[in-house]
Design a protein around this ligand. Structure first.
Ligand code: SF4
Length: 223
């Protein structure tokens, strides 16, 4: 109960900082099918040609997410950029290419993991998604997580980490530390776009990814 109240408190402060006076009403159908038998295809079908939040107005494609539907490792970013909006695929621009390199350095393939974002339509000019947009869209992501059941989630950047973990802490304070999302361990780290601007921070991300690799190694040793 205390955790729930703390999360609510963080969320209300977050809205307040953004100057939002009314909590957006989440349409019931976003949450309705969170059942044991749901598939990713069911969720995509529910999303349809979504107009539930204002981000729909200027998008080219909905970026649902892609990868292994039974992935042990899931990466979550903040939202599609220009290249993702054009292609309908997550992390395909320069930042995405760097993410692919990070995944491969972990001795995995992109097709081994699942990649998604907090919101599925591109915020114009690469602004961060607004709280009302996140509140409406994030239910779909939580349904995807419930279907995939990853063993570990890596959050890429402040926006993804703050929204997923319902915290106001900065990514510099969060990164490198395991945090639980319900039962799932989450490792926040810097966004690859940040690394393109600050290549000296690649080492920190690699340290975080080594912790993820170590987690899987321990899991394998238990078998
Ligand atoms: S961001 Fe999500 S809720 Fe908003 S229009 Fe796109 S799919 Fe719908």
């Amino acid at each position: 109960m205390k955790d729930v109240l703390q999360a609510l408190h963080h969320r209300l402060n977050y809205y307040k900082e953004l100057g939002i006076k009314h909590i957006p009403k989440v349409k019931k159908d976003i949450m309705k099918k969170n059942s044991a038998h749901e598939t990713l295809e069911d969720i995509r079908t529910d999303i349809g040609d979504c107009t539930r939040c204002k981000l729909h107005a200027e998008r080219t494609h909905i970026v649902f997410g892609e990868g292994n539907p039974k992935a042990k490792l899931m990466f979550i970013g903040e939202g599609p950029g220009h290249d993702e909006d054009i292609t309908g695929r997550p992390f395909v621009g320069r930042a995405g290419q760097l993410l692919t390199k990070i995944i491969e350095a972990m001795k995995l393939k992109r097709s081994d993991v699942y990649i998604a974002n907090i919101v599925k339509c591109r915020p114009q000019n690469n602004r961060a998604p607004e709280a009302d947009e996140v509140a409406i869209c994030e239910g779909f992501l939580h349904r995807q997580i419930a279907v995939i059941k990853p063993k570990v989630i890596v959050c890429l950047g402040s926006v993804a980490a703050q929204n997923l973990l319902k915290t106001e802490k900065k990514i510099s304070a969060l990164r490198g530390n395991w945090i639980s999302l319900k039962e799932t361990p989450v490792m926040p780290t810097y966004h690859p776009a940040f690394l393109l601007r600050n290549p000296n921070m690649k080492k920190a991300v690699w340290e975080d990814m080594k912790k993820v690799m170590e987690f899987f190694k321990k899991e394998d040793n238990k078998k």
